[in-house]
Design a protein around this ligand. Structure first.
Ligand SMILES: C[S@@+](CC[C@H](N)C(=O)[O-])C[C@H]1O[C@@H](n2cnc3c(N)ncnc32)[C@H](O)[C@@H]1O
Length: 300
């Protein structure tokens, strides 16, 4: 599990420049006027999302928690907001061939190859709302969008839009991820504090996993609200997924090098050393990662 940010491989399509993006230090970032998104949008990040998906699916023993299995079996219209590499959409589309899946994201560079006939991907800025008719989906899923919406946008834009496009009686499910819970590792704490500074300065929610149930409840649009929280050991005490978790954090911290260096006021070399020490701590001492899913049924 060696190496840090400089060892990441890069694919050709990341070099393509597009006015929505800028390349800094070899990573491709959004440069939309209205975006607060801090993670890179490139193939390395898509790879990290694919690994994260494996951990999340294993932890929850499946891809969703809302009671939609029967609905998906019989044939439903499903929306995946901020679908990233498309991994969740494609996984479900395979499992539920009678359902139709739509993935929407600001960039779909990571959605490679032929799309199955029951899948559609749409490139769109969700801060402009959702480009779909009202009451047009049976199930709307949104995962790991912590840096996409500010607190105000979660309650005034995201939830109202998800509700608008969901049919009465349909389901909305949010899934968010916490920060590593460690407590006594100084380097993990420094990286966590960098996120807190960025989130607070941009009006983002620091830990959306603690708040997703509240977003759904307080909106007043839902009934049959529920949630599920899981804690995953990362490091020596876990299974093979705990090891994947270490890679996931390393790649996450490497992806956040540019914005984190700025708030931590450290050089690139110093940042790499902090990440290396944090990864060393994950390998030898481990930590816990918390995930929460919250879901509700749109009132009729
Ligand atoms: C952390 S990733 C999560 C991806 C996916 N939901 C998953 O769990 O694997 C967040 C995604 O939100 C997308 N995103 C960020 N800002 C966006 C915007 N304004 N409009 C649409 N998508 C956006 C990013 O491109 C990225 O794919």
């Amino acid at each position: 599990m060696g190496g840090c940010c400089s060892l990441i491989r890069r694919k050709k399509n990341d070099q393509q420049f597009n006015s929505k993006f800028k390349v800094i230090d070899g990573r491709r970032f959004q440069q939309l006027d209205d975006s607060n998104y801090v993670l890179p949008n490139d193939s390395d990040e898509d790879e990290r999302l694919d690994i994260q998906h494996i951990i999340l699916k294993n932890t929850f023993n499946g891809n969703f928690s809302a009671p939609v299995d029967q609905l998906l079996r019989s044939g439903a219209r499903v929306l995946d907001v901020g679908c990233g590499s498309g991994v969740w959409t494609l996984d479900l589309a395979k499992e539920y061939p009678n359902s139709h899946f739509v993935g929407i994201d600001i960039t779909l560079a990571g959605v490679m190859g032929e799309t199955p006939s029951n899948v559609e991907f749409i490139e769109y800025n969700v801060l402009d709302g959702l480009p779909f008719n009202s009451n047009s989906f049976d199930y709307v899923f949104a995962r790991a969008l912590i840096s996409v919406y500010t607190r105000a946008q979660w309650t005034e834009l995201a939830i109202p839009e998800y509700v608008r496009v969901t049919k009465p009686g349909g389901w909305v499910e949010l899934m968010e991820l916490g920060l590593p819970r460690d407590g006594n590792d100084i380097n993990i704490q420094r990286l966590g504090n960098a996120w807190i500074s960025i989130a607070e300065s941009k009006g983002l929610v620091v830990e959306t996993n603690f708040e997703v149930r509240g977003f759904i409840e307080q909106s007043g649009f839902f009934t049959n609200i529920n949630h599920e929280t899981q804690h995953v050991p990362i490091g020596p005490k876990g299974d093979k997924h705990a090891e994947l978790g270490i890679r996931c954090f390393r790649d996450l911290w490497c992806g956040l090098k540019v914005p984190y260096m700025a708030v931590m006021q450290v050089t690139g070399e110093h940042y790499d050393a902090i990440v290396e020490a944090a990864v060393h701590s994950l390998i030898h001492k481990g930590t816990t990662w918390e995930f929460t899913r919250a879901w509700g049924q749109k009132k009729g």
